[in-house]
Design a protein around this ligand. Sequence first.
Ligand SMILES: Nc1ncnc2c1ncn2[C@@H]1O[C@H](COP(=O)(O)OP(=O)(O)OP(=O)(O)O)[C@@H](O)[C@H]1O
Ligand SMILES: [Mg+2]
Length: 707
Amino acid sequence: MGIEELLRRVGISDLYPTQKRIVEEGLIEKGNFVLAAPTASGKTLAAEFVINEELGKGGKVLYLVPLRALAYEKFEEFNEVFPEYKIRVSIGDYDSSEEPLGIYDLIIMTYEKFDSVQRHRSSWLSKISLIVLDEVHYVGDPYRGPTLEIAVSKFLYDNSTARRIALSATITNLEDIARWLNAKPIRVDWRPVPLRVGIYFDGTLIFPDGSSELLRGDNSPLPIIRKSLESGGQVIIFYNRRADAVSWAEKIAKKLGMKGNSLEELSDDVRISDYGPSKLIERLSEVVRRKVAFHHAGLPFELRKVIEKAFREGKIKVLTATPTLAAGVNLPARTVIISSYLRFDKRSGRMAPISIMEFWQMAGRAGRPKYDDYGEAFLIVSNNRDAEKAFKRYLSSEPEPITSSLYDISHLRNHVLALIASEGYLEHSDIFDIFGKTLLFVQGGQKLLERSLPYVLSSLEREGFLTSDSKGYRATPIGRRVSELYVDPSSAYIMIQSLEYLLPRYKVMEDLDLSVLQLIAMLPDMPRISLQRGKRAFLEEVAESIEMLLPIEEAPIASLNELLQVTKAAVSLKLWIDEYSEGEIEEKIGIEPGDLRGLTETGSWLCYAYSEIVSLIGSKEVADWLRNFSTRIKYGVREELLPLLSLKGIGRRRARVLYEAGYKTVKDIAFASPEELEKIPNIGRVLSREIVEQARLLYNASPSNRV
Ligand SMILES: Nc1ncnc2c1ncn2[C@@H]1O[C@H](COP(=O)(O)OP(=O)(O)OP(=O)(O)O)[C@@H](O)[C@H]1O
Ligand SMILES: [Mg+2]
């Protein structure tokens, strides 16, 4: 389609300067660019021009984003703009080459998913004609950056002719990023909606031009919220800790006393009762009734979407959020409040100021063109000295430059193994050539790579993931599998070490479930969850009683605190596979449903990887047990329910009611009458017919029943 038609579809008549520049530079038909332009300046549409061009030529487009909320926002937008093309969001499940993605024209992925797809050398990757890196400043993130960096570098090494676009509002060292991607640097300093940014301290707003405004009230966000609501605005307040987001949502809801809808009324397809009696979700329901909500990773993903939608529709007026919403998203927030500039830093173990880049990303959620004609963002500080500091740091300096974090050894190990495994064999020179395409190399990391690469290669060889000859390196079968499974080689090495203990003893161990769960919980790949006061004594006792699969000296556990965190995760998972509800587990252990989901997703994943590794090493029996165990972790069921889970539409709750009603196997269902099944709670007319049909097919297909 032509540009006019595209604009008609997005409902836009005049181009923003950002978009004009891309047209004028002749970058739609050909060429690559890195676009540095302020938040809300319409970078997406600039990219859409090129996407449209490539799709029109029969090309295939990959759009990479850092956050789930953003992936779905783009998916909805692209579906409206490009309805004649096949579009897909791909986020989870790392052990698949996603060959079916070959049929899609436009694929939206998180960076991590893209990396995993590359590891599988999916055949369709070579068909990609355009790759878009949205929020490219994430490449400097110490945790997530290296994955993006290496995945993109390798992709461009293999597909040197694919077009590439990178977008960000916060790039200072544009030239570096442009050189890395071999793309034209384009900077536009223009924002469609004016954004006023200031500091709030002790009832007063202070602005960079020296002016100030007196609000009546205390040092809480309330006076700012009231003012915004009075002028018809909506507010997002960023908190660094989830607990703060929740408790402030409650305080705000109580003080404002607005009347809103219940959570049930906001969502068509999410049933709150499915989560069991969860404290967190109850607390959400309470505040939502007063037009206030919180948004963080402790909430199940579907509920986060419900909240985003309600905020868009104005049914929620005030939203407290952790940085899960801090990049790229378009929400109707006239006012953004940043509650504090300090955040706990995992690496230093201390409170540290957030980056200037992140400050501007959060501030940039305010004043989005579709919704408001101005925006305002305020940082709350608690004393005069902080006010001065914050002023200097955030309001009068540029965001920090984006620098590669790939020098980190554990990142390097992971990615070097992945590269060699995906190619099968790589010569020394190839390895150095690929790393020669990285941002790290562009930024002067050559010396560093010359020193650390040999070390990384030899450590991977020592652990049995690689073998070498005079010219290069080959991945061992385990090395290859580990990389495909997307587990950190350090996690895999721990699994391998544990076998010395597990294989001879697995039949006689007292609580095999808990020992295996503890091993899984301690792997570097597993999220560490926070401890709650009060549960320590209980967790210490449990930790003491678990039979460990690794001597504690060899375990990747640095402190008692970490041991308790790992134990908390293991116990939560144990309750989960014993069929306690999410609410009950929250009650007993103090873990939020979203965190529990994180543990079950990653845990079942790692357990599956464990079973694959064990099967390569040669114990089929233990491998089979682990595979079943991984399914139990995924669905949260006791072993006896596993057969029923092979039926579509049957999860933990329905499997349990069927089982209790005497239908324990696929065979039982195959021989049941739909009319009988229908009477069982939660099964219903449609499902009962569907599962009987499925069960009959499965039963007839099983080899022992064929005549
Ligand atoms: N030419 C235009 N006229 C009117 N509205 C526009 C125009 N271009 C884009 N918009 C609207 O502006 C909003 C912000 O655009 P977009 O999401 O692309 O911002 P962005 O530059 O990517 O910002 P961020 O850095 O925060 O991701 C969108 O709602 C979009 O529909
Ligand atoms: Mg954007």
